[in-house]
Write a protein that binds this ligand. Structure first.
Ligand code: OGA
Ligand code: MN
Length: 296
């Protein structure tokens, strides 16, 4: 009998999960239940987790291979698996709004899917909240699975075979210059536009801020379609805004969700979250091609 208890967070996706301490060694059955819940709910929030970096990485490894944090890897070649989100330096110091690194994180306020610009994009991100602002600082999520289901049959059929270039330098340079070594480590890559969940057959389109152009299309037509798909996915009524509480560990499925930071006043507040990502199953072009007749 399962120990996990689920409560929905939004009508399209998301669940709060109680009844498990992620910092303990989990049975294979519980890990499998969490994997299945990721496929079903796309976003899982586990409240009141007594997390630390070692436990965070150990839990990440239960879900798959941790992804090297790309900023550090690109700039220095060093592999680290935990990244920090927010403005905290140490217990006495934080970065304020004027700090370039605070500004750099503003790019997270565009709708995106983490690591969609990698040849093997991320499966999930796992983020734990250690310090949260008294005001602001929510992370907003939408489901590209629900958005795909809302498209007309004709539009679904039209977009199913398309491929999309995702490019980190394209999206980031809208906000701040990218370090040349970092840029060199992340050339543009090609993804499927439509992806299928291997367990339940649910389909979604896969766009976000890193999506630059449709392969074989003109720039203007590419941007029209990508902007349209981004807008259709991110209508305000479809958003779940996660207001973090200290102790929340949140897993989100980067294959089918978009998210963005809601922003906060870094002059007033401290915000510290730690994040790992799990590597996806392979390049999206190696996934089975979508077949709209076979939707479950
Ligand atoms: C992230 C992210 C947005 C935020 O952690 O991957 O995009 O709320 N965060 O800071
Ligand atoms: Mn992100």
């Amino acid at each position: 009998m399962s120990q996990l208890r689920f409560e929905p967070l939004h009508e399209d996706f998301g669940a709060r999960v109680r009844g498990v301490n992620l910092t303990t060694y989990l049975s294979d059955e519980v890990v499998e239940e969490i994997r299945e819940a990721i496929d079903t709910h796309s976003l899982l929030c586990f409240p009141e987790q007594p997390m630390n970096d070692d436990a965070h990485l150990a839990f990440t490894r239960r879900l798959g291979e941790p992804e090297p944090e790309h900023v550090t890897f690109g700039k220095t070649g060093e592999i680290v698996y935990l990244g920090s989100v927010g403005n905290v330096v140490d217990k006495d110091t934080k970065r304020d709004n004027a700090d370039p690194r605070t500004h750099y994180q503003k790019a997270n306020e565009m709708w995106h899917s983490d690591s969609s610009f990698r040849l093997i994009p991320s499966f999930v991100s796992i983020t734990h909240a250690y310090e949260v602002p008294g005001e602001g600082g929510a992370t907003e999520f939408v489901s590209m699975r629900a958005a795909y289901a809302r498209l007309s049959d004709e539009l679904q059929v039209a977009i199913d075979p398309l491929h999309v270039i995702h490019d980190y330098v394209f999206s980031r340079t809208k906000v701040a210059p990218v370090d040349p070594n970092h840029a060199a480590s992340l050339p543009p890559i090609e993804n499927r536009l439509v992806r299928t969940n291997p367990r339940n057959g649910r389909k979604n389109y896969y766009v976000g801020s890193h999506a630059r152009s449709i392969v074989g299309w003109s720039g203007i037509d590419s941007r029209k379609l990508i902007d349209d798909l981004n807008e259709r996915a991110t209508r305000s009524q479809d958003v779940y805004a996660h207001q973090w509480k200290v102790g929340d560990t949140v897993i989100w499925d980067n294959r089918c969700l978009l998210h963005r930071g809601g922003g906060y006043d870094a002059d007033r507040w401290r915000r510290l979250m730690r994040q790992t990502r799990v590597v996806g199953a392979g390049p999206t072009l190696a996934e089975p091609p979508p077949n709209s007749k076979q939707q479950l």
